[in-house]
Design a protein around this ligand. Sequence first.
Ligand code: GLY
Length: 343
Amino acid sequence: MKKLQYQFSEKVTTYYFDADFSHLEKLVDKKQAVLITDDNIFQSHQKKFGGWNTIVIQAGEAFKVQETIDSIIEQLLGFGADRKTFLVGVGGGVVTDITGYAAAVYMRGLPFGFVPASILAMVDASIGGKNGIDVGLYKNLVGTIRQPDFLLYDMALLKSLPKDEWINGFAEIIKHAVIKDAALFRELEKNKLGFYQKDKTAFSKLIRRNVVIKSTVVQKDEFEQGDRRLLNFGHTLGHAVENLYELSHGRAISIGMVAASMISEELTNFKDTDRLVTVLKKYGLPTQAEYDAKEVLDVLRMDKKKEKDAMNYVLLKKIGQGVVKSVPLVQLEKLLQSIISAR
Ligand code: GLY
């Protein structure tokens, strides 16, 4: 088992790689912990939950809402949970977001940790401390920034991960490469999904490299005043189309990344949209979608990255180097329209 630690503003988070789920018993007191998972993970890995107090939520983004939090709070009361109770989210991004948020609000704050069970959660959703819920069409509109005590990586949990979810997770991996790590981008250009599915060592290394990229960015700018905003590459348009058209997160941000790189060609002289499109396609991700620029703009107006009449848009200077630019909404609408008509 390999260990990494990152010091955040209020806490050190410990990452346990190549670990086994059973190691959880060494990290938390079984009697004082409550695990939160979804019905898919619970069905596929039932044995692992033996002897643990467990709350099972319904799987899917549609359940990342206040009603699920209410139900968790009632079940925590049922378990007699108090401020010493430790919550552990075992699952993908919805489970980790919901768990972190429930932990932040129950009795004004419980400690928590994660066992990420999807690629997306391993490289992105479980790292960084932002936890929250969706409200109507607005993704992550309500939430907190609070770091987990630990992240435990048990690759055996990926055995039940459908291929679709592998593809979904690679969108965030490609995002990390294109905004921060040109060498990783070249590695992804050289390989393909099947290679990482077969080669466990290469895959574990890829996960750790992405964990390091994200954790380093967050550590330097936990409360998103600067560099952390780069992690939103593809997420502005991505979040809007995700909820409007019910796309999976990875697919939505893949479409968002292509739009952002086309906008970069106009505003930052970026030249490599074709390379990005080729890599996204190689990993099975969509690069275009039918969307209505006006409808999307209406959702963007509520985006957290908007300031007055402009949007802090993440663009690319070159492969491996993202940059944030304030783009007036009027100009953004025109750019989005021109992208749509260019297709
Ligand atoms: N929970 C994901 C993040 O903080 O970015």
